[in-house]
Ligand binder design. Structure first.
Ligand SMILES: [Zn+2]
Length: 214
């Protein structure tokens, strides 16, 4: 049994990747994920393997507008001085993005978690799963603001495939090829200001986001 411990002390701004001991077994090349998808949790149980407490943090706004329909990364986060969505008072939410192995697709997906620490929220339950040293399949479901997580040990062949996916992800991550936040849209302030409903809010609030105030 190999008990090598992968500890990379190299400082990266976003995420230091660390593989848990019991995954550090057989190494095979896995399938590199090209387009990352969100690990979507609904009322039906969905299986996945959480394998690291490392994560990326992003600030997003939810946009109901039909042209957008979904989360958009706050433009201040993107280095802009201001953000049209912040300016119209659209709520900004913090999301913690964890890589997860989906056992449906057997590929890396992105588990997006709010920072709520309510007992039925996702984050404290993920922390519990990560605390148990044995890695396992976790079944996620979600109903009425409550997340339910249950775990089951992984069978050998599943485990082998999971290890392979993690190794391949780790390699891509260390090469700087992975951005978990790519699951969310990035839309320029100009494009946002051209959406009908956002434009209307800017008008109502008397804001011209592109005025030179000198
Ligand atoms: Zn913003």
């Amino acid at each position: 049994m190999s008990k090598r411990r992968k500890k990379d002390s190299k400082e990266t701004k976003k995420l230091k990747f660390e593989i848990h001991d019991d995954f550090d077994a057989e190494v095979n090349e896995g399938v590199a994920s090209s387009q990352l998808e969100i690990f979507r949790i609904s009322q039906d149980e969905k299986p996945g393997v959480i394998f690291t407490r490392q994560h990326q943090i992003v600030q997003v706004h939810y946009c109901r507008e039909p042209e957008i329909k979904g989360y958009v990364i706050c433009n201040i986060e993107e280095g802009s001085e201001d953000c049209v969505l912040c300016q119209i008072g659209r709520q900004r939410q913090k999301k913690l993005l964890f890589p997860i192995v989906s056992l449906e697709t057997e590929d890396i997906e992105v588990l997006s978690v709010s920072n709520s620490l309510r007992p039925n929220a996702l984050l404290p339950q993920i922390q519990n799963v990560l605390e148990s040293e044995k890695k396992c399949a976790t079944f996620f479901s979600h109903e009425d603001y409550k997340y339910t997580l249950s775990t089951q040990s992984l069978k050998k062949d599943h485990r082998r495939r999971v290890v392979s996916v993690i190794k391949s992800f780790d390699k891509a991550w260390k090469a700087g090829e992975v951005d978990l936040s790519s699951v969310y849209q990035r839309i320029s302030n100009l494009a946002l200001a051209n959406c009908t409903e956002i434009k209307k809010m800017l008008d109502l609030k008397g804001i011209d986001p592109f005025s030179d105030d000198d």
